[in-house]
Design a protein around this ligand. Structure first.
Ligand SMILES: [Fe+2]
Ligand SMILES: [Fe+2]
Length: 264
């Protein structure tokens, strides 16, 4: 069980996150996406495949939520965060789905079959403790942000104003999620630096993005998964900025890694 002081600090972080979200970051699928510009959407298969792929990853939300909530007994700060986070993530899948349908890039039948293929699979949380899941979430949200930033740039270059705006709105949410998890991780570091660094080293070494391998016909999607993540981009775009945000260096990670057993 997490200490009372830590739980109270989590709650304060949640309130800061929530206030900012309510005041500056709320958007809705119906009014805030330029659907009046659908006639400008180019018929580019790779953009549609990427939108469908990210929609599919977001559609594992029930599994993600269940995993988070099951680890948080008695911790209301993080439970309220998970509820709010789930609402925001739900919009990500819905916005991408609406884009695919309204632009005519996918039919209702195709989306239903895709949804059925997704829901036939089940995502399992990769870590078993709340603190390791916080580390994982901080890295995963930033990786997701980088992916959406890349996709937004591709959509912009293809002159697709609708998809570019969908990705901008989603990416802004992902960055806010990442910052929240980084702050929670900072609180963990303050409370138990050695243990938290060990968790960080362990998760960094075993990190994988969720659900890509669960999507149907995955070979087709390989190029989507790796867009923006060639040649060590995980290190430069995700790991080093995350360490920097936590006031850590690679040396801190190496020292902690030396104390982590090799097998998970
Ligand atoms: Fe998302
Ligand atoms: Fe997110």
């Amino acid at each position: 069980m997490t200490s009372i002081a830590l739980r109270e600090a989590f709650h304060r972080e949640f309130m800061t996150f929530f206030e900012r979200a309510e005041r500056t970051r709320r958007w809705n699928v119906f009014d805030d996406i330029p659907w009046d510009r659908l006639d400008e959407v180019p018929a580019r298969d790779e953009l549609a495949l990427a939108a469908e792929t990210f929609c599919g990853i977001e559609m594992f939300l029930p599994d993600y939520l269940q995993a988070h909530l099951s680890l948080l007994a008695g911790d209301y700060g993080q439970a309220w965060f998970s509820a709010n986070w789930g609402y925001e993530e739900a919009k990500h899948a819905l916005a991408l789905r609406e884009y695919l349908l309204r632009s005519g890039r996918r039919t209702e039948t195709q989306m239903r079959e895709f949804g059925d293929a997704v829901t036939a699979r089940h995502w399992e949380p990769p870590y078993r403790t709340p603190r390791q899941m916080v580390v994982y979430s901080a890295l995963q949200e930033l990786t997701t942000f980088v992916s959406y930033r890349e996709q937004r740039e591709l959509a912009r270059r293809a002159h697709d104003p609708v998809l570019a705006e969908v990705y901008r709105l989603i990416g802004r949410d992902e960055m806010a999620h990442c910052r929240f998890y980084q702050r929670i991780l900072g609180l963990h570091l303050d409370e138990d630096r050695t243990g938290t660094l060990k968790d960080l080293a362990h998760v960094v070494r075993t990190f994988r993005m969720p659900a890509h391998e669960l999507l149907p016909d995955r070979e087709d999607r390989e190029s989507v998964r790796t867009t923006g993540f060639g040649n060590g981009a995980f290190i430069t775009e995700v790991l080093l900025p995350s360490l920097g945000a936590l006031g850590l260096t690679r040396h801190d990670l190496y020292s902690a890694a030396a104390t982590v057993p090799a097998a998970r």
